[in-house]
Design a protein around this ligand. Sequence first.
Ligand code: PLP
Length: 427
Amino acid sequence: MSNNMEIFEKWESNVRAYCRSMPTVFVSASNAKLVDEMGTSYIDFFAGAGVLNFGHNNNLLKEEIINFLKSDGIAHSLDLYTKHKREFIKKFVNTILEPRKMNYKIQFTGPTGTNAVEAAIKLAKKVTSRNLVVSFSHGFHGMTLGSLGCTGNKHYRQFPGSESLSTLKLPYCYETNIKKIDLEHHIKTLEDLKEMFNDPASGVLPPAAFLIETIQAEGGVRVAGTKWLQSVRELAREINALFIIDDIQVGCGRTGNYFSFENLDLDPDIITLAKGIGGYGTPLAVTLNKPEYDKYWQPGEHTGTFRGQGISFVAGKKALDYFDNDEFTNKVREKGDYMYSYLSDLIKDYKNIDLRGKGMIYGIDTGDGNISKDIIKECFNNGLVISGCGSAGEVIKFIPPLTIPKDELKKGLNIFEKSFRKIMRAK
Ligand code: PLP
């Protein structure tokens, strides 16, 4: 058996990244397990950066895809009406929107997250006839120019002209176990801003939108304080700006509810979804637009060749069966609680290590990108695929498939513990 990486090293662009911390050639995968060319198995705590909420090659979804292919279903349809798109919409409305009394138009954008973010930004600008989009420190919204301008980390903006894309960033108020967050100070910042936005002589024009993640995933698994989120929402309302929630990484069941913002009383004007919504790992992205805003679009005004993704419609529709009742989301919460208690027991023995998260996304913040990198490498050598996030990779992000069996989750956590303790001992 070979495990030859030469072709990639010789021919694939220098920009490749995740593969550098997982240096092997994978050949197959099933639920939360990956297998490489050498026959080595890995437990997957990475899940395609939050795409594979329902696991690799989920059998229920696979069967739908096989039937779809056998029946010569329409794999690519731009925005033509197709039977499979109709079924997807119907299921999404019946399972997700209507039970939550949510009234939104579904806009299929180009199939990656950044396409949905671009569409949301553009629509907000049209609706308000304003240009500024306010986003937040450490936020991550994608790599195309509009979404990149709203993304915090300067690592992604190392090219001339990037400064001019950058939007106004506000400090993000998140919950942490290792330092006290001054909520009052954050709220006061919002009040000051409101004053500036309302003052025609302040030199700051009011924004078209606030673009926000309720949990910053790439930004370091930062869970926003609820009160603060509500204050941002309120500010948006008061100054007639739209409130956009980017639920691309933490939506589709990740937090133990379908949307990350359920029960937070936020009432977003636009919601972006991608990653998990296609179910199987094939691409699909949408914005959910309140109808009073969606009507600002002219037909064909925002397009994209890959908006009609047949495979994602059938697999995505089937994946929504997981949300027919509470059984699945209860299990996500149960497994999430288990992850939290396991990891909080582990970090008790160490100083200044933060643990943050909700549902089935957690981050261990070691405060040092090099330490996290060594832990991630050790995990990989011991059969666990896991990745870093945060400003410089200092946060190790736990984002396994939501369908991971409990015994595998436990096994993965055991591998993490062993690897973590070994590296921390050496430091
Ligand atoms: N928004 C959030 C919150 C994300 O986490 C990501 C990707 O990680 C994106 C947008 C961009 O999605 P994509 O990489 O599919 O363009």
